[in-house]
Design a protein around this ligand. Structure first.
Ligand SMILES: Cc1cc2nc3c(=O)[nH]c(=O)nc-3n(C[C@H](O)[C@H](O)[C@H](O)COP(=O)(O)O)c2cc1C
Length: 389
């Protein structure tokens, strides 16, 4: 049975014929080359975070405080990274986190479709953002046999929210992930310095501009007056007053599994599960929203304890290598989202670039498990596998 780690053999064997990987093998080179490849405003939007970006950087640094305990002669010749998530059997715990301007990271401007194609090729599910350069129906067509999940930014207009959810369900997305940490935009100095916010320029709003409910409330169609349409989007993007009382309404919109993204407090987790959600997504939005907070990985363990095995826990924020995937699973995550790294892969190599990033993450995770004697994710999640420095 092939292991994800076989990717390294593939690379070394190609090296015997003088072929070196055209795409970076380290995160730092990946990010640096992507910076050179992308327009400055797009790079800034993806790379930047809130405030002085302390939390964003801390998300990555904090992983260093955890270390896997090596076990020998543990029978890890073959590894199984498979998981069960929301009714799907998946080859690995990796997910493509929703990235709202992923469309613009592709040279042709169709990065959402490229991401769906990478999901189809790798079996890594895509969480498609509400903020998409192509309508969700078109994105869904490229997912192949890989499940796709739809991420909802809940608009102030409930009829529009219901329309998005109905469309996502009809298009074949198999779970609804509602993001809660972006009811209002965080303070982002990099983007402020460039006075640039892509969506206000009418970009990545295809789901809105293709929506009958959204368009019916405009004085003119988006193609005739894109500025007014973008303004209407900005004014109705969210309802900052959304509260726990609205969860029943969100739940009523669909029979699909419902997950909440951005939950970090154990009490919020318990309340969400008691209210009937089907999964928890622990994330601090990669440090893009609130600065000065704790690293997301340091918040994961209490979230997992609060979930108490009742529903799956997805984690993201700060995942840069396979080592981080392994540590998040060892801390109890069911699945792990990758964000910025795949945006850089897309910028450098299109669909192949995303596939390269995902294969690298999985190979590193797999080989770490092999070296340290953890044949399955259950072994990783067992007590004593991970120590805190
Ligand atoms: C450029 C960019 C756009 C994002 N857009 C969305 C989005 O539309 N919806 C959402 O829920 N999260 C969004 N996120 C957050 C990601 O889903 C994820 O939480 C974050 O990227 C994790 O941090 P990391 O990339 O530093 O690992 C975005 C992140 C980035 C970098």
């Amino acid at each position: 049975m092939p292991n994800f780690g076989d990717f390294q053999l593939e690379i070394y064997l190609a090296g015997l014929s003088g072929i070196r990987p055209s795409l970076p093998m380290s995160y730092s080179e990946l990010a640096a080359r992507a910076e050179a490849a992308l327009a400055p405003d797009i790079y800034s939007y993806v790379a930047g975070g809130a405030g002085n970006e302390f939390t964003q950087d801390e998300n990555v640094r904090a992983f260093d405080r955890y270390g896997l305990m090596p076990r020998m002669l543990a029978g890890a010749a073959e590894r199984d990274l498979g998981i069960d998530l929301l009714g799907h059997r998946l080859p690995s715990p990796l997910l493509l986190a929703p990235v709202g301007v992923i469309g613009l990271c592709a040279r042709d401007g169709h990065g959402d479709i490229a991401t769906a194609q990478a999901a189809a090729r790798t079996g890594v599910p895509m969480i498609a953002s509400t903020l998409s350069a192509d309508p969700l129906e078109e994105v869904a067509q490229h997912l192949g046999d890989t499940p796709g999940f739809f991420q909802l930014y809940t608009p102030a207009d409930r009829e529009l929210a219901a329309s998005f959810v109905a469309r996502a369900e009809a298009a074949g997305f198999s779970a609804l992930i509602v993001t809660l940490d972006t009811q209002i935009l965080g303070w982002r100095p990099r983007d402020l310095g460039l006075a640039s916010f892509p969506q206000l320029q009418g970009k990545c709003l295809a789901n809105y501009f293709s929506d009958p409910v959204f368009c019916a409330k405009l004085a003119a169609p988006p193609e005739e007056d894109p500025r007014a349409a973008a303004l209407a989007w900005a004014l109705g993007f969210s309802d900052p007053a959304l509260s726990w009382d609205d969860l029943a309404w969100l739940r009523s919109l669909t029979t699909l599994p419902l997950l909440l993204k951005g939950l970090c407090h154990p009490e919020d987790v318990r309340r969400a599960i008691d209210s009937g959600v089907d999964g928890i997504y622990c994330s601090n939005h990669g440090g893009r929203q609130a600065n000065g907070g704790l690293a997301a990985i340091d918040l994961l363990e209490p979230v997992v304890e609060a979930a108490d095995g009742r529903v799956p826990v997805i984690f993201d924020s700060g995942v840069r290598g396979g080592e981080h995937v392994v540590k998040a699973v060892a801390l109890g995550a069911t699945a792990v989202g990758v964000g910025r790294p795949y945006a850089w892969g897309l910028a450098l190599g299109g669909v192949d670039g995303i596939v390269h990033v995902l294969r690298s993450l999985l190979a590193e995770a797999d080989l770490l498990m092999a070296v340290d004697g953890y044949p399955t994710l259950a072994h990783l999640a067992a007590p004593g596998s991970l120590l805190r420095r």
